[in-house]
Design a protein around this ligand. Structure first.
Ligand code: ADP
Ligand code: MG
Length: 571
């Protein structure tokens, strides 16, 4: 896991090397500074030589300048490194999610994917920057400082070595308390946010029951809980900061008093005493960093583990090694003994045989849950069959690349998904490089033209969350316009179950009739007009394909279809 994590540094090794070596130099300068002060106090001051002192001052100034520059490099390049790694991972993750098959999205919550993109990647980025660098620098400074202190004076160094664990213990204790308090606080703010979200999106229900008072009191309760948690976390923080402040002053005081005694008895020079006090200050930094890492490391690594788990999920539907990119298909579709299930031991389709001929329109009818949508999802390989085979123009669809296969199939779903953006962009989703003329032509054929011209911004009208809201019929027509641009030989239409008004229904029916001309069209049909105009009707029930034939043939058979027809259309 750690090796895999480190492998993300490889493309940025130059940046890492620059950042890391700068950090090492900064740490060495920091370690050397007390020694310089010691020399200054013990050897330089007694000489009383002003010009030397002035020159030393200039030299120290230059060294400080260098250190300042290097610290800038460490902060800036270090974070740049972290962000670069985070960006690489985000790109990889997005690409990976795009490639996943439908079943993956059936089984994975959107929120789960979103939190990989936000929280986890943020934690990983922080760890990528601070992890290796801070760890190395902290250990180096800690050991270095002690090593120098021992060479200066063993007794005083030993005293410090005995009390520093107290400080470390205190910091760890404070960190644990702090984490606990923060976690509670985050849980409580999540509850508050959930309440806001719930009552805003459910505001119509709230107001129609006149339950505003109830919502307010429920909200206030959560809000007070959050207040309590936040106050507690600040209390813990105040305690930590002042406790650590006291502890560090205490250590300095001990060094001062014990050092003074050592100095009276001639075992320590003034310069050495000053150096010691400075080294104690140097020590505080790595202790602080390591305790921060103790929180960062498990958080970042847990995020990284979840990320790699996601990245390691292979897409279910893949191209076989010798898959062929098909060009223009005619559109003869054949199901041979096809069985399919979404979940184990719950077969949805069992041994389906079905022939669709190029250019014909076939209506699928039957009770909801029978498997009509499922049959249609198998043709573009949104799922792979469990048994049997589907072929188009005599070729098994698993022998085609899924990109080329899908480029030959157009799908208009019940609820049309529109992206945030302009109307034009949404139509052009069917052919990304469509010209304005082609887009206008598609819109005209989808009977969208007069609607678009009635909008002040026309094709540039923003739609979606903060833009124009479209009716179901308008959305459907945008989906149809997309299909005119895509121009596939095979078309799948999942008709909306909810009733459109008669006029809209007629317009859409007209547009669809034109669209399905010269294409093999599968319609999951709910409208009488569609069923009547289809070349063939296939009745799907839970037991498979029950009846097949033209509209009139099936009515005359007086079987399931005739029955459905009577119930649904009353004639
Ligand atoms: P229809 O389109 O005829 O209404 P579907 O093809 O949507 O029927 O559904 C057929 C059966 O498969 C139903 O029992 C449904 O619950 C189940 N089903 C549909 N989609 C999924 C899915 N993504 N995961 C699991 N089960 C599903
Ligand atoms: Mg359906």
């Amino acid at each position: 896991m750690i090796r895999r994590f480190l492998s993300y540094y490889i493309p940025h090794k130059k940046l890492f090397a620059a950042d890391f070596s700068s950090a090492v130099v900064v740490a060495i300068l920091e370690l050397a500074f007390p020694l310089a002060v010691q020399w200054f106090v013990d050897s330089l001051l007694p000489t009383g030589n002003w010009s030397t002192i002035a020159w030393v001052g200039v030299a120290l100034f230059l060294i400080y300048g260098l250190s300042t520059f290097l610290q800038y490099v460490v902060h800036y390049w270090g974070h740049k490194l972290g962000i670069n790694i985070e960006t690489d991972m985000r790109e990889q993750l997005f690409e990976h999610v795009q490639k996943q098959s439908f079943r993956y999205f059936d089984n994975t919550k959107t929120g789960h994917i979103m939190s990989r993109f936000t929280n986890d990647l943020f934690d990983i980025g922080e760890l990528a920057h601070h992890g290796p660098e801070d760890m190395f620098i902290a250990v180096m400074t800690f050991i270095g400082a002690f090593w120098i202190m021992f060479t200066i004076n063993v007794k005083l160094a030993l005293v410090i070595l005995c009390i520093v664990p107290l400080l470390i213990g205190l910091i760890i204790f404070c960190n644990l308390q702090m984490n606990k308090a923060w976690k509670q606080m985050f849980r409580d703010i999540a509850d508050v946010n959930a309440r806001v979200e719930d009552s805003v999106s459910g505001v119509r229900v709230v107001q129609s029951f006149t339950n505003e008072r109830f919502e307010i009191s429920r909200f206030n309760k959560e809000n007070k809980k959050f207040r309590k948690a936040k106050i507690l976390s600040y209390k813990v923080m105040a305690f930590s900061l002042s406790g650590i402040y006291m502890m560090t002053r205490f250590i300095i005081l001990i060094v001062l008093v014990f050092g003074a005694w050592l100095s009276f008895t001639g075992q320590l020079s003034y310069g050495e005493l000053v150096a010691f006090i400075l080294y104690v200050n140097v020590l505080f930094k790595p202790i602080d960093k390591i305790s921060a890492l103790m929180e960062l490391y498990p958080k970042g690594m847990a995020g990284f583990k979840r990320l790699t788990e996601m990245l390691d999920t292979e897409p279910e539907v893949k191209n076989s090694e010798d898959a062929v990119a098909v060009k223009t298909l005619r559109g003869d579709i054949q199901f041979r003994n096809v069985s399919f299930q979404y979940e184990n031991n719950k077969p949805v389709l069992d041994g389906i045989d079905l022939n669709l001929y190029a250019g014909e329109t076939v209506a699928f009818v039957g009770p909801s849950g029978a498997g009509k949508t499922t049959i249609c999802s198998l043709i573009p390989r949104f799922y792979d069959v469990n048994k049997g085979a589907i072929s188009i123009d005599g070729m098994d669809i698993r022998e085609m690349t899924k990109e080329s296969l899908r480029s030959q199939i157009g799908i208009v779903q019940q609820d049309v998904f529109l992206f945030t953006g302009t109307l034009k962009e949404n139509i052009a989703y069917g052919m990304l490089d469509a010209s304005d003329e082609e887009i206008a032509d598609a819109a005209r054929r989808a009977h969208l033209e007069s609607f678009i011209h009635s909008l002040p911004d026309g094709y540039e009208t923003q739609i979606g969350e903060r833009g124009l809201k479209l009716s179901g019929g308008q959305k459907q027509r945008i989906a149809i316009a997309r299909m005119f641009l895509k121009n596939p030989p095979i078309l799948i239409l999942d008709e909306a179950t909810s009733a459109l008004d008669t006029e809209t229904e007629m317009i859409i029916h007209e547009a669809l009739t034109e669209l399905s001309k010269d294409r093999t069209t599968l319609v999951i049909a709910h409208r009488l007009a569609t069923i009547r105009n289809a070349d063939r009707v296939v009745v799907v029930t839970e037991d498979g394909i029950a009846e097949e034939g033209s509209h009139d043939e099936l009515l005359n058979q007086n079987g399931i279809f005739a029955n459905l027809h009577r119930v649904q259309f009353g004639r």
